[in-house]
Design a protein around this ligand. Sequence first.
Ligand code: NAD
Length: 366
Amino acid sequence: MNRVEIVALPGDGIGPEVTSVAVDLLKVVCKQYNTELIVTELPFGGTCYEEYGSPVTEEILDKCIKAKFVLLGAVGGPQWDDLNPDKRPEAALLQLRKELGVFANLRPINVYPALSSASSLKKEILDGTDILIVRELTGGIYFGKPRYTSEENGDPFSVDTMKYSRSEVRRVAKVAFEAARLRDGRVCSVDKANVLESSRMWRKSVIELSEEYPDVELTHMLVDNCAMQIIRQPTQFDVMVTGNLFGDILSDAASMLTGSLGMLPSASIGGENGLYEPVHGSAPDIAGKGVANPLAAVASAALLCRYSLKLEAAAQQIESAIISVLEQGLRTADLFTEEPGTKLVGTEEIATALMEIVGKSVPQTD
Ligand code: NAD
């Protein structure tokens, strides 16, 4: 049996509730694929602040870096909103991403057939949607220098800089090409190359790299057209790769195709490191009530299997279990619409159903 160590950072609010479902399932599924998962659970965010006076400590960061693979719940809550910016739970998240050097953020946008009525778009437009958005996470206009505010002839102005180097583009594009190989073999690179210098560099660098991936089809799309195409015909996309600013906006727009925040997982990867977390926050309004939807956390665990543990079959097994639970009609409150054949359940019932499904569906390999 292989042994793999990961760190779990359940965090605040519903973080611990959804993370424990994901960790329990992950352990069981990994075992079926001959892998023993050793999970070290550490405080992070507001809970860490309460214990250590800081939302993350050097020791916790070191353990995450050493483990390389981190599963995170969520951080934040109203009780920590008035702290100094460096003491707020979100500061820990930014620091962790930086320390792990995770430069590519992957957000799969799957429309589960059982939930297609939960979206604001028509079912016939959504059916078959399966997009992977790869967003550059540590460069572009959010980090570019110079960045300042000044004044010209009494008129104040501000400057931000959108800068991309060839190497920055290549490393994130590589993630997209590699991911496409595990999917439908298509990459759409999104930029604004008709106007921006940095986008022309982006496009040129992606084209150069594509020569190493002759088996992957590469297309280009301008970001304004892309925003429209995501809504018009989302099924046309397989993997989309784009810069930090465009990816931020496009991934939020695309997330609404799925109809619920409680269903969206994410992976941030860089080198050998991977940080996996649901897109939703700590949902303080429902924390401790046993009603949180754990499926985004569980889907994040599937991504950990896929991108860090390289256990594709285990990833697919977890993803099929999510589909089965939805097909059984089980719905947490965020998804419940009183459709015939559906039943309102809590976090625990979803966890039990997932365990039953994975227990039945795969023969033990050891
Ligand atoms: P949120 O995502 O926590 O909640 C928004 C709404 O969605 C709430 O009504 C909540 O009950 C619901 N919701 C979210 N996840 C759910 C789930 N799994 N199951 C059922 N319902 C769910 O966003 P918010 O209310 O804007 O933020 C709350 C706190 O979370 C804030 O402190 C914010 O800073 C933090 N936050 C953290 C992260 C993160 O850790 N990555 C991301 C976003 C927000």
